[in-house]
Design a protein around this ligand. Structure first.
Ligand SMILES: [Zn+2]
Length: 364
């Protein structure tokens, strides 16, 4: 049996809700974490057509990129599409879930998916924003490897292209088990000295809860000891936008045509073609004009995003090509991330892409 909470835990282990922006409303929007689910419909936006599709297809969970509700709903009177969707979802026992700016903020998230579609190599985050912590914990020597492995497998210990990074030193721990304890080693009422290992592992802030949970789940002590310290180093794995390289330098006009085809764009709005070929590419799914400065600083040849306003285009100043491929177009493949996560971890769970094109913008 699969429950809503199993699905949300899976997605949030990949893109934790703590990474979402203040204005956002990612997470479970309608339904109950304890509801049993058998099938999910994946989409970019929830509209009435998507709700109808879910009901007709007997899906009891809809996973969208954009949350149906960003602002508060004061009543449930069917006077706009958001409230009509909510009413219909409630009446039909549909659970609605969204992974929005939290999915934007992870390296393999929305922009990472765009970069994957373009075949970009050596991908890095355009604007990093996460904090790193040093997680220190103490383990009995004979259990040290098992506990360290659990923390590393929960995502700790990644530095650049190195995984499983940790520092370990031997030492002696002391404790005196008091009344009411059940010590793993030593005796109640006697001061005990145990050969221990002190391990330090670098962990991104968003993975701290899962690393500490992993530590606690395998640590044999009744009272495992750990502490965390925020360190100054930048976390390279969270933030907005991605920059990377095309496998081959490509003529700019050819690349723009390929881009239009790949993302099914009605049109691409772009600044002057200031370089005859492109190789270094910056991307950001959705409304990415706020990263134009970062894209220029990264020395990318072209920056691809959506929702660029007239005055934003002036920032290019022949230093970069700005290309607006459309908000929906840039984020349409995000649902593939949900598909990959769910089918990999819960093989028997039914997952289907919505057939509804929810892009509200048409091109003449
Ligand atoms: Zn968006």
């Amino acid at each position: 049996m699969t429950y809503v909470k199993d699905i949300t835990a899976l997605i949030e282990a990949f893109a934790p809700l703590s990474l979402q922006e203040d204005y956002d409303n990612a997470g479970l929007i309608c339904g109950d974490p304890g509801n049993e689910v058998s099938s999910a419909l994946l989409c970019t936006d929830i509209t009435e057509a998507v709700i109808d599709e879910a009901i007709a297809g007997h899906h009891n969970l809809i996973i969208s990129h954009h949350p149906l509700t960003l602002q508060g709903v004061k009543n449930l009177v069917p006077d706009n599409y958001i409230k009509r969707c909510l009413l219909k979802a409630i009446r039909n026992d549909l659970n609605l879930y969204a992974a929005h700016t939290n999915m934007d903020a992870v390296i393999k998230g929305v922009s990472g998916k765009m970069a994957e579609k373009l075949g970009l190599t050596d991908q890095t985050v355009l604007q990093t924003n996460g904090r790193l912590f040093s997680l220190t914990f103490f383990t009995p020597e004979k259990e040290a490897e098992k506990i360290r492995t659990a923390v590393l497998e929960a995502g700790g210990g990644h530095i650049g292209k190195y995984s499983h990074c940790s520092f370990n030193n031997r030492g002696l721990g002391t404790f005196l088990p008091q009344e009411g304890t059940h010590p793993y080693c030593g005796e109640k009422g006697h001061l005990h000295t145990e050969a221990e290992i002190r391990t330090e592992i670098t962990v991104p802030e968003y993975l701290l809860p899962s690393c500490i949970q992993a530590l606690k789940s395998v640590h044999p002590y009744e009272e495992p000891v750990w502490n965390t310290v925020c360190i100054d180093n930048v976390n390279p794995s969270t933030g907005f936008g991605i920059v990377g390289y095309l496998p081959e330098e490509t003529e700019t006009r050819v690349f723009l045509q390929q881009l239009k085809q790949l993302f099914g764009c009605g049109t691409i709005r772009h600044t002057g073609i200031c370089c005859p070929t492109v190789k270094k590419i910056a991307v950001c799914g959705g409304s990415g004009a706020f990263l134009i400065r970062h894209a220029i600083q990264s020395k990318a040849d072209i920056y691809i995003t959506g929702d660029i306003k007239y005055h934003d285009f002036f920032q290019a100043e022949n230093r970069i090509i700005l290309a607006d491929i459309g908000h929906y177009e840039s984020e349409q493949y995000t649902k593939e991330i949900f598909y990959e996560l769910l089918t990999k971890k819960i093989p028997k769970f039914a997952v289907q892409f919505s057939k509804v094109n929810t892009n509200p913008i048409n091109y003449l």
